[in-house]
Design a protein around this ligand. Structure first.
Ligand code: MV4
Length: 450
């Protein structure tokens, strides 16, 4: 058994705090790394030690591998927790950690590489017996794309193999659109990802985004911790997540959970991971992507299962066996998370960095707030606009919705516009109340009319 005594958190904001809290609960020492813009950030202040790793731009700080490794060596940390974003899915970083005798809290770098290439991930999941969307492997040229589309049937979607998260995707509804979109998508992929390779899938018109949380130890045990419904998104940014999904039945949950576990086992997965599925209107589900890290929305799963996912990530990284079995995992009640962003939702969701002039966070039964902001805190413009996650638990979905509405009413964030008002509108919307939100919902409405 590996004894991890000190963990360096290679991240910032709320997730850095989340990890620091889990370390403190386990009696593990913490090292924060921070940019010059984050000298007064809570993660810097809450950690036992802190190291400045460079100027504000992420490339020169939170994405700078040599500086993070140096900070680890100076502080004598045994392990690195990468959080989400930044270096969390960088296989080179995971490799460098292991080569320097630093435990990377996540899966092995070959798994990160395999899942980072989306055509490769598809092939791997197909091999493991996980349902995938009818489609093609990497397309050599536009002729192959046209042939692929006539086999798969229109509409189709072109995706960049190095993409993910929606970047560089193009929907094609006929042969002409394939011919015009193929070179455009290829070019977009080269510019954005330095890799022009494209593959194709049948386009599913009105899906839900349902993802399964999994947790695996280093001895081949894999658990699924139920699903999250993340269908409310804008431009591929999730805004609200809930667990369980209002449309997933116990039998569908088991089918999706078993598929996710099969996929994870087939790559000898270790640690926390998420398998994203598209759920079609007819109830079929298909593998979309795997995220090899902890996710922003992990707290909704923690609220309904009572399992501390970050603590479990650390224990598994120390070489512990999973202490629970699948039948021990019960989902109880309903949890919803609203992502509070420093954005002007009434004006195209433009980011609104600036100073928090006054702050009051909500409380009460079944309420959790994960946030790094405080009165007089200055939100830097260099990073993402997430300033708080408000999570509520209720005995059932309608109680959770009503509680969230109350909790958002108690919330007072002055100084910068935030998305609190947007969430209140969403929670009142009949489509939300009926549990009928799909990934198309925000494409079809003007937020001013909510
Ligand atoms: C799709 C799809 C429909 N059909 N693939 C968007 C993010 C990226 N991971 C894949 N995405 C999609 N892939 C097929 N074959 C629709 C989307 C999609 C989407 C998916 C999840 C959540 C929100 C979305 C918004 C638009 C498109």
């Amino acid at each position: 058994m590996l004894n991890i005594k000190k963990i360096l958190i290679a991240n910032r904001g709320e997730i850095a705090l989340r990890v620091i809290r889990a370390c403190k609960d386990l009696g593990i020492q913490t090292v924060a790394v921070h940019s010059q813009a984050d000298e007064d950030s809570l993660h810097t202040l809450f950690a036992d030690e802190d190291v400045c790793i460079g100027p504000a731009p992420a490339k020169e700080s939170y994405l700078n591998i040599p500086r993070i490794i140096a900070a680890c060596e100076i502080s004598g940390a045994d392990a690195i927790h990468p959080g989400y974003g930044f270096l969390s899915e960088n296989a080179t970083f995971a490799d460098i950690c292991e080569n320097n005798n630093i435990t990377f809290i996540g899966p092995k770098s070959d798994v990160i590489t395999r899942m980072g290439d989306k055509a490769n991930a598809r092939a791997t999941m197909k091999e493991a017996g996980v349902p995938i969307i009818p489609g093609t492997d990497i397309l050599k040229d536009v002729d192959e794309a046209v042939k692929g589309a006539s086999r798969v049937g229109y509409p189709v979607i072109l995706k960049a193999t190095a993409g993910g998260g929606g970047k560089g995707m193009r929907i094609c509804r006929n042969e002409n659109e394939v011919k015009t979109n193929f070179p455009l998508a290829q070019n977009e992929a080269s510019v954005s990802f330095n890799n022009p390779n494209l593959y194709m899938e049948k386009y599913i018109e009105n899906p839900r985004h349902i993802e399964v949380q999994i947790m695996a130890d280093n001895y081949g045990h894999v658990l699924y911790l139920g699903e999250r419904d993340c269908s409310l998104q804008r431009r591929h940014q999730k805004l609200l997540e809930e667990s369980p999904s209002p449309v997933v039945t116990a039998s569908l949950r088991k089918k999706m959970g078993d598929a996710a576990v099969r996929g994870a086992k087939s790559v000898n997965y270790a640690g926390a991971g998420t398998i994203e599925f598209l759920l079609d209107e007819d109830g079929s589900f298909y593998f979309m992507e795997m995220n090899t890290r902890v996710q922003v929305e992990h707290p909704v799963t923690e609220m309904v299962t009572g399992i501390d996912i970050v603590k479990m990530q650390i224990l598994v990284a120390m070489g512990e066996k999973l202490s629970i079995k699948q039948h021990d995992i019960e989902m109880k009640g309903h949890a919803i998370e609203c992502r509070i962003n420093a954005e002007d939702w009434e004006n195209g969701f433009v980011p609104t960095p600036g100073k928090i002039e006054r702050l009051h966070f909500p409380g009460g039964f079944g309420v959790r707030v994960d946030s790094h902001i405080y009165t007089d805190y200055k939100i830097p413009s260099n990073y993402d606009s997430l300033i708080a996650k408000i999570i509520v638990w209720g005995e059932n979905r309608s109680e959770a919705i009503q509680r969230m509405y109350r909790v958002l009413d108690e919330t007072m964030i002055l100084g910068v516009p935030t998305t609190v008002g947007f969430h209140q509108k969403i929670l009142m919307h009949p489509t939300m109340k009926e549990g009928k939100i799909t990934t198309k919902f925000l494409e079809n409405v003007d937020v001013k009319d909510l």
